[in-house]
Design a protein around this ligand. Structure first.
Ligand code: APR
Length: 238
């Protein structure tokens, strides 16, 4: 693996543009459950009931409670060495750097990452189902239009925030290298971004303890957890 680390570090040092795509695995070492691991959220809860508009309309109180629970978990968790390594990588990258995350826990921002694209929203904000007003308090009814307030998280079957995803696609097309860390690479359109990078001639580096749907397409596979692997890609960590 050392030769792979050296090569990836060399590619990162020479890159004019770096993109990163993260998934729930990057927050696992902060104590936040992933979705599809054996002990993940979808093994315990129903995505249809809790992460869909139908589920919200059927039982808004249950959905709001579940997201309030996830918000408490996220706000009491601490960023881990993987989050801090990505913030350091952004600092050391001379060219452009973009961190695209499917995570809604805001741990990247708390670790110091600045150019973060949250393609699946975040747990901190609520959004009006009608006028799309954003609020960080917990009112249930939009004061502007009386619409129902819901978590500002993208649910199954919903469109991603178009401006955010357009920026993510642009980063995927123009980057010299994309690090893909902690994602099963199963949920589109976010899972399509590494393929875009490869199609436009960029190098794809996967960081994951397990094989994924992307593994056969990645140029480099760094097998291990993000808190173990990512610090070795930054600076001159031996
Ligand atoms: N470090 C790195 N990767 C890890 C770690 C770790 N410590 N622990 C687990 N993983 C990997 C798993 O091997 C798996 O490939 O993280 C990945 C987690 O996959 P998912 O649980 O499917 O999470 P994610 O890919 O982020 O899901 C994408 O699906 O449910 C929706 O909106 C939700 O954003 C989410 C999207």
């Amino acid at each position: 693996m050392d030769a792979q680390f050296d090569r990836v570090r060399e590619i990162l040092r020479g890159a004019a543009s770096v993109a990163v795509l993260t998934g729930a695995g990057v927050s696992a070492e902060s104590g936040i459950a992933t979705f599809r691991d054996p002990d993940g959220l979808w093994a315990k809860f129903s995505p249809r009931e809790l992460a869909s508009m139908d589920g919200f309309l059927a039982n808004p109180e249950r959905v709001r409670e579940w997201y309030a629970y996830r918000k408490t978990v996220a706000t009491t968790a601490q960023p881990n060495a993987g989050h801090y390594a990505l913030a350091a990588l952004e600092q050391q990258t001379n060219g452009s750097f973009c961190l695209i995350t499917q995570n809604v826990d805001r741990l990247h921002q708390r670790a110091g990452s600045r150019n973060v694209l949250e393609v699946h929203g975040n747990l901190i904000e609520n959004r009006c189902n009608d006028c799309e007003a954003i609020r960080t308090d917990d009112v249930l009814v939009c004061p502007l239009c009386s619409g129902a307030m819901r978590p500002n998280v993208v649910w199954f079957g919903e469109e991603l925030p178009q401006d955010v995803f357009a920026a993510a696609e642009q980063a995927a097309m123009t980057c010299d290298v994309m690090i893909v860390a902690g994602t099963s690479a199963e949920v589109y359109p976010a899972a399509g971004l590494p393929y875009t990078t490869k199609r436009y001639g960029g190098v794809v580096v996967e960081v994951n303890p397990n094989p994924t749907a992307l593994s056969s397409e990645a140029h480099y596979l760094l097998t291990g957890t993000s808190a173990q692997i990512l610090p070795h890609l930054v600076g001159d960590v031996p």
